[in-house]
Design a protein around this ligand. Structure first.
Ligand code: SAM
Length: 269
């Protein structure tokens, strides 16, 4: 029997075995992959993942669920259950412990922390070969959005700085127990790093810059940045990048953000 659900932990379990299989079969796994599963819940996806990869490490924050998973899978070679918070997990050392440079990340995410999880995972981007994450459809649309669309924003730039994300499956609320109040979508992330010569510090500063550019979506870019950069420098940088003075952040491509950031922060270009 399943234990009481803890809704505060985003516990919406995939209840349809056919859908679970379809998701597992859609994953772009390689024969030697270490799979890190976020939030295994009752372990149904863990089982399917273990049939397709030699090593699965499943991180479950709920102590009671982790204990049940341990009873079910403990001692099975190729499956490791850790009672752990994904947001406090160092993916680099997890990979090293398993003798891998990189891992594949899968998760039917706890939706209350989708954004923090994405931030955390991307901070370990070099340790991730690919990912497939089930999330709210509205967030998935922001992740894959292109410049000029309403959904395009900070999360799109963050995701596309590290990966080529695409929605591979839409999942209705009824596929979960209990059903969430929102539609869901599976997003596949092929990791493709951009701005590879930048240091970690530069990437961090760049993301802060992009966040500021989108600070108030209804204001134009110049107004959003006005308090931060001297007016002359800002206007010159925008002009050199051929960005119209009244342009909004949502019109800029990732490359334009990158070049604008370099112009404002690194005096060489
Ligand atoms: N994988 C299962 C499934 O598909 O049916 C459960 C998915 S459920 C949406 C999210 C799972 O993440 C729950 O088991 C929840 O306890 C777990 N969880 C919530 N916050 C977490 C965190 N910070 N770190 C690891 N697991 C977490």
């Amino acid at each position: 029997m399943h234990p009481a659900r803890r809704p505060q932990l985003g516990q919406h379990f995939l209840r349809d075995p056919r859908l679970r299989r379809r998701i597992a079969e859609s994953l772009d796994l390689l024969p030697d992959d270490l799979v890190v599963e976020i939030g295994p819940g009752h372990g149904e996806m863990t089982e399917l993942l273990a049939q397709r990869a030699p090593q699965v490490t499943a991180l479950e924050i709920d102590a009671h669920l982790a204990e049940l998973l341990q009873e079910e899978f403990g001692g099975r070679s190729g499956i490791e259950i850790l009672q752990a918070d994904i947001l406090a997990t160092d993916l680099g050392s997890l990979c090293r412990r398993h003798g891998r440079a990189q891992c594949f990340v899968f998760g039917n995410l706890p939706y209350y922390i989708t954004s923090p999880i994405l931030h955390h995972l991307f901070s370990f981007a070099s340790c991730i070969r690919a990912m497939a994450l089930l999330m709210q459809r509205e967030v998935a649309e922001r992740v894959v959005a292109q410049p000029g669309s309403r959904a395009y924003g900070y999360l799109s730039v963050l995701a596309q700085l590290h990966a080529q994300p695409r929605i591979t499956l839409e999942v209705p609320p009824g596929a979960f127990s209990p059903p969430p109040q929102v539609d869901s979508a599976l997003v596949d992330f092929r990791m493709v790093p951009r701005f590879v010569s930048w240091t970690t510090g530069e990437i961090r500063a760049f993301l802060d810059f992009v966040k500021r550019c989108f600070a108030q979506k209804r204001r134009n870019l110049r107004n959003n940045l006005a308090g931060i950069y001297a007016r002359n420098g800002l206007e010159q940088a925008l002009m050199r990048e051929q960005v119209l003075p009244n342009a909004r952040a949502e019109q800029l491509t990732l490359e334009q953000f990158g070049r604008l950031f370099r112009r404002l922060h690194v005096r060489c270009c």
